[in-house]
Write a new protein. Structure first.
Length: 352
């Protein structure tokens, strides 16, 4: 009898060991994650977001999901990344508003100029009812993606140029400003009196260097890591746009995850959003941000009166553009955006 017990125990141990080895050697699910910035989490919010996401996913799934990061457009342009996610060639990307616009034109409602009063207000809007509605609308329109959040691209947009300081509408006249390939961005610059010049991101530095364009608009951290200060003399803190990334995951990949894995991936994505915001604020305040640019560029901030003047000439143009091009659904989404922005702007973050 003891012999049979020992034999049974040995067989059980062998079975457990075999099962453990099978689990350990089970093929991990590969999540290919592409974006258009450098592989340095302290250099840009995209990689800060991606690095945090990858670490949490791999650790909390015990390696059942392996995240492979492809920075600096190694696999194609930002717009191509969107299609690659839809086709299942990669599983995730952080896409700019310009890159997603050809697939989802209503992203343009985010480009209502001079809408936000603070970074904190943007967090409330994109983490609240509007962010939920926007994610659902993107998913319904594209049909083959899961939207997991809206990470920070670096904060509010500033305008740089090589001609002269820009403080009022008169200063914009005749200045050729590079924009994304978004009609809304072009209309905003034109309403301010500038010449809008759409250009691919990879060509911007050379365009500024050769004088094909006089200036560009991007968040301050982008100005720094793209080294635009080398070819630009003036920077104006217009804070006219806040343009987040859209964190997009392949729906086929998402549907193939277990409920527990989905929970982990969603939590990791939320942590990614927080990391992008934190790094953006740190970069802004460090030598890699505004502090580092102060000795290299002439920097001006708009007064409340100047900001209100710019707002008055640009917001009606943008609202009319949405009405004419994005239809009833676009107008409804813009109305929700404005409602949530106003709530966020009015919210008091400090209490007595």
């Amino acid at each position: 009898m003891n012999t049979f017990k020992r034999f049974g125990a040995a067989m059980a141990a062998t079975a457990i060991l075999a099962g453990t080895m099978g689990t350990a050697h089970a093929e991990a699910k590969i999540l290919k994650f592409a974006h258009d910035n450098k592989l340095d989490p302290f250099d840009n919010p995209a990689q800060a977001c991606t690095a945090v996401f990858a670490n949490i996913v791999e650790a909390d799934t015990n390696g059942a999901i392996k995240v492979e990061v492809y920075p600096s457009n190694q696999l194609g342009s930002a717009a191509e990344h969107v299609q690659m996610v839809r086709d299942g060639l990669i599983q995730a990307t952080l896409t700019s508003t310009g890159a997603i616009a050809s697939y989802y034109p209503r992203i343009d409602v985010l480009n209502l100029p001079f809408a936000f009063d603070s970074n904190a207000a943007t967090y409330d809007v994109y983490d609240g009812p509007f962010g939920v509605a926007l994610a659902k609308d993107i998913e319904a329109t594209l049909g083959d993606v899961e939207v997991l959040g809206f990470p920070d691209t670096g904060g509010f947009f500033a305008v740089t140029n090589s001609q002269h300081p820009i403080k009022n509408l008169e200063d914009f006249k005749g200045v050729r400003i590079r924009t994304m390939a978004l009609p809304s961005h072009q209309k905003i610059m034109q309403a301010l009196g500038a010449e809008a010049y759409p250009m691919a991101w990879g060509e911007v530095y050379a365009g500024l260097q050769t004088g094909v364009i006089d200036g560009q608009m991007n968040p301050v951290p982008t100005v720094t890591f793209a080294k635009f200060n080398e070819v630009q003399k003036y920077l104006t803190l217009t804070n006219h746009l806040f343009s987040p990334y859209t964190f997009m995951l392949s729906k086929a990949f998402w549907d193939d995850l277990t409920p527990d894995q989905q929970r982990i991936v969603r939590y990791a994505a939320q942590s990614c959003v927080v990391a992008s915001r934190g790094v953006s604020r740190v970069i802004e305040a460090s030598d890699r941000g505004l502090k580092g640019l102060m000795g290299k560029m002439e920097i001006d901030a708009l007064t409340p009166e100047e900001r209100e003047q710019f707002k008055k000439v640009t917001q009606p143009v943008m609202e009319q553009y949405v009405k004419e091009t994005l239809g009833e659904d676009g107008v409804k989404l813009l109305d929700l955006f404005k409602t949530e922005v106003n709530k966020a702007n009015e919210k008091q973050y400090l209490t007595d």
